[in-house]
Write a protein that binds this ligand. Structure first.
Ligand code: APR
Length: 320
């Protein structure tokens, strides 16, 4: 059977890391697309030359021509600009919305059957715009945010508790921004929910609150340190986890920015919710029960996403 084809739209920091990970994990052959001439070609060649040492079989090709993504099984979109210190993800909206239009049209023309994972920020609004511009079914267009936000939460928790991060689960809902909702009640160490661990005296509520805030600020902390761009290793790894679940029909339960209609009282909005990803794309949105406090935080996050979507419609009236 032919290898799956993975098209990476955007060959910058995240795009290059995605290509390397996809090759090392032998998820398929990789096409790196970018408008910058030479960048995708150079990265494809460099990564291909890591093959003999690493021992992977994958063909990598860099291109500036959308025709090369033809028939891709998965497209992962990082095209656009990242933020600089002092910028919020929302500051990128105007520039990246235009990029989503050209990317959406390119995918619609050349890879309409692909499972599309958007990483470009501001995430919830960009994945919505990408689905609109591409016209692909909503269950095949999804945003990567919750896996990353949960990974950041899990990392901080594993350090605090001094245990393997394999035994830490975490749940982050809502938009990929300052209003994201890390859910302590649904996050566990060895299956024990975080509020119980506070009661047991393993950590304090104050420490936990600090970790939750650090999770919310996780992207900004890295932007502040790097100064020239934003995080790329963990975002790429998170998207690869989602792509692998689709390609191997793993049916992983992963929080993603998915199109929600019905669940959580929403009537058609992209926002971070727990999902099942399998060969059918987003096969299920899991409508978990929220407490009044959690619902209030989620509603605030939803309002922030709605504000960004409204801003997109003002900038580009072709969006409805
Ligand atoms: N089509 C294709 N590629 C484009 C386009 C376009 N219209 N516009 C810009 N690009 C390319 C750039 O040439 C660059 O190579 O997108 C790439 C972006 O790479 P980086 O600037 O390195 O940004 P990166 O760190 O990879 O982040 C990309 O993901 O997490 C988000 O906020 C982040 O929106 C940003 C995106």
């Amino acid at each position: 059977m032919a290898r799956p084809k993975i098209a990476l739209i955007g060959a910058g920091q995240i795009g290059g890391t995605l290509a390397h990970l996809a090759a090392i994990k032998e998820l398929g052959d990789v096409i790196l697309f970018d408008i910058s001439e030479g960048t995708p070609q150079g990265k494809a060649l460099d990564i291909a030359q890591s093959g003999p040492s690493e021992g992977f079989d994958a063909i990598l090709k860099g291109t500036n021509d959308y025709a090369d993504i033809a028939g891709a099984d998965v497209c992962i979109v990082t095209a656009g600009v990242p933020r600089k210190p002092g910028m919020s993800r929302d500051d990128l909206l105007g520039i990246n919305l235009k990029v989503m239009k050209s990317v959406g049209e390119g995918i619609a023309k050349h890879a309409p059957d692909a499972f599309v994972i958007c990483i470009t920020n501001p995430l919830d609004a960009m994945v919505w715009a990408l689905q609109q511009f591409s016209g692909l079914p909503a269950h095949k267009v999804v945003g990567m945010a919750g896996v990353l936000d949960s990974a950041r939460f899990r990392h901080f928790l594993s350090v605090e508790f001094g245990v393997s991060m394999k035994d830490v689960t975490a749940f982050v809902l809502g938009g990929h921004g300052d209003t994201m909702v890390p859910l302590a009640r649904y996050s566990t160490v060895g299956g024990i929910p975080l509020p119980d661990l506070v009661e047991m005296g393993w950590t304090s509520q104050e420490t936990l609150d600090g970790i939750i805030q650090r999770t919310r600020d996780g992207g900004a902390e890295i932007v502040g340190l790097l100064k020239t761009g934003s995080a790329f290793y963990a975002p790429a790894t998170s998207a690869i986890e989602m792509a692998e679940s689709y390609l191997k029909d793993q049916k992983r339960v992963l929080p993603c920015a998915a199109y929600v209609e019905g669940a959580f009282g929403l009537d058609g909005l992209y926002v971070g919710v727990p999902t099942v990803i399998g060969a059918g794309g987003i096969e299920k949105v899991i409508g978990i029960k929220l407490s009044a406090d959690e619902q209030a935080m989620f509603d605030k996050s939803v309002d922030a996403v709605k504000g960004l979507v409204a801003a997109c419609k003002t900038i580009d009236p072709s969006l409805v």
